[in-house]
Design a protein around this ligand. Structure first.
Ligand code: ZN
Length: 522
């Protein structure tokens, strides 16, 4: 059975060419790029196996759907990497099988006692293990390197071939180390080498984010980004990284909860993406990321913020501007700016590297991620948005930005909330944005004109409201307060009628883009 309207849902993702000017690259670099794209492609296969039990059977079922729905169903299955709609609470659009919260990371028939055991067992809850049953029916943790040995071996071989072709020493060292790490599941050394890359072409590849594990948020999903670096823009933004220790020191949080070791080295790269695969390509497209997530690497070397300029430009033009023209107060529409969208995204990513990370609770060493479990991603995303705005405000006080820039940040922030809530409040980013929207409305920092139904950022209240919610989330994180996190989500990650009304006015505006990558032969 096929849900109605799949063709319309597919159309919400506007097909968009995403590419880069490869003419400044040498012939060797272009050959390297081709190998990296081939290696990245393996991540599509691995992520599908993690996200979706019976992926091949589902593909076969989609292949059998007759016209007129057939083609849209097949494309939508690829967009969602599974038969569940990532925009609508993971409702099935093909077949009636409910989405398994733990995706395919765990057996589908876990008992309550087993769920508890998984949370207490370091192997079963490991970042890079699949949980399966042995012949006796007991739970076992199988490391990714063993579970996915064949495809990872293929991927590693391609990375080594690229390493042999490149004349960039930092890329060569990373590719060799990463090829080994994929099979041993020991990513520490290669993550550190990734931080040091200074090559015109880069790849980010491996198991990273844990959003796909909706049961516990323990398991890392495979993904890849292949990018071409813009060295001039990267240098322009490097000035901000020196301010990160200062920003950490003035966070609205008691000094004892601050983390002076975080964010020491934080390279920033502005890139054009030429190919993505796996987790990041499912549903909504990533415009920036901040990796690695490994707290040991973060304390040793910070984390690298990668801003994908061509993805951002595509979304600003195709979504944010038309959306703002319908929902933002007329006098603030002119404040929507591509530069503000870019800065908000930059500081969102920088903010992931600030605030509580590793914790000591009652003498026990732990991490925010482990304590907040399924609530972690939502709160961390909300924190990064709020702190992103807050950072820019702090830096304006130091003379980096003019007053007018803050006005543009507010309007662009507001339009961005609508853009992200449209992803659906079943998912971390959508939830994070609903929390912020509802809080800002409650505080009078965002007001609605009843006659036009348009929203306005109130400049006199907006900054204080942002800081108050930021302080609240940072405190929950610093205390590892799971109950407090769930309470915030239950109260604010909701869809009040005025928000639903606003979203209903966005008919015809794409929700996101569906990239086509010409350099990958698409
Ligand atoms: Zn984020």
């Amino acid at each position: 059975s096929v849900a109605p309207g799949v063709a319309e849902r597919l159309a919400a993702y506007a097909p968009t060419v995403i590419t880069a000017d490869s003419s400044p690259l040498t012939a060797a670099e272009r050959e390297v790029l081709a190998k990296l794209i081939a290696a990245a492609r393996v991540m599509d296969e691995l992520f599908a196996a993690q996200a979706c039990p019976c992926w091949n059977e589902l593909r076969a079922a989609a292949a059998a759907v007759p016209p007129p729905a057939g083609e849209a169903v097949r494309s939508y299955l690829e967009v969602n990497v599974g038969p569940w709609d990532r925009r609508f609470d993971r409702e099935p659009f093909l077949g009636g099988w409910p989405h398994p919260e733990g995706a395919n990371f765990y057996p589908l028939d876990l008992s309550a006692a087993e769920k508890e055991r998984i949370q207490k067992d370091p192997q079963l809850s490991g970042l890079q293990t699949m949980v399966r049953r042995n012949a006796a029916g007991q739970l076992v943790a199988v490391p990714y390197g063993r579970f996915f040995a064949e495809p990872l071996g293929r991927c590693a071989a391609l990375l080594r071939e690229a390493a042999a072709l490149t004349d960039n020493a930092s890329l060569r060292a990373f590719l060799k180390a990463r090829a080994a790490a994929l099979l041993t599941d020991d990513t520490f050394e290669s993550d550190k080498l990734w931080m040091d890359l200074d090559s015109p072409v880069e790849i980010t590849i491996g198991p990273y984010e844990t959003y796909e594990d909706g049961l516990f948020g323990f398991k890392a999903a495979f993904e890849a980004f292949v990018t071409v670096v813009d060295p001039r823009e990267s240098a322009r933004l490097a000035q901000f990284k020196h301010e990160l220790p200062w920003l950490e020191s003035v966070l609205p949080l008691p000094d004892a909860d601050k983390n002076p070791n975080r964010g020491g080295e934080s390279p920033i790269r502005v890139v054009d993406v030429v190919f993505t695969a796996g987790d990041t390509k499912a549903g909504v497209q990533t415009i920036a990321f901040n990796l690695p997530n490994d707290e040991r690497v973060r304390e040793a070397k910070g984390s690298k913020k990668v801003l994908m300029r061509n993805m951002m430009t595509a979304k600003f033009e195709q979504i944010l501007i038309p959306l703002g023209q319908r929902l933002v107060a007329p006098e603030q529409v002119g404040d929507l700016s591509a530069e503000s969208f870019f800065l908000h995204t930059l500081f969102h990513e920088m903010s992931h590297g600030l605030g509580p990370g590793r914790l000591v609770l009652d003498g026990r060493e732990t991490e925010v991620r482990l304590e907040l479990k399924d609530a972690y991603s939502t709160l961390e995303e909300a924190k990064a948005d709020l702190m992103g705005f807050w950072d820019i405000q702090q830096l304006a006080g130091k003379g980096y930005f003019e007053e007018a820039q803050l006005r543009r940040q507010m309007a662009t922030f507001l339009a961005g909330l609508f853009r992200s809530v449209r992803f659906g409040i079943a998912e971390a980013h959508g939830q994070a944005n609903a929390i912020q929207f509802n809080w800002l409305v409650e505080q009078g920092a965002v007001t609605r004109d009843a006659a036009s139904g348009r929203f306005r950022a109130a400049p006199d209240r907006f900054p204080a409201a942002v800081e108050a919610l930021l302080a609240r989330i940072l405190t929950v994180q610093a205390r590892g307060d799971y109950a407090g996190a769930k309470e915030l989500i239950a109260r604010y990650a909701v869809m009040p009628p005025e928000l639903a009304d606003a979203l209903a006015k966005l008919d015809g505006i794409p929700v996101d883009i569906r990239p086509r990558f010409p350099l990958a032969g698409e």
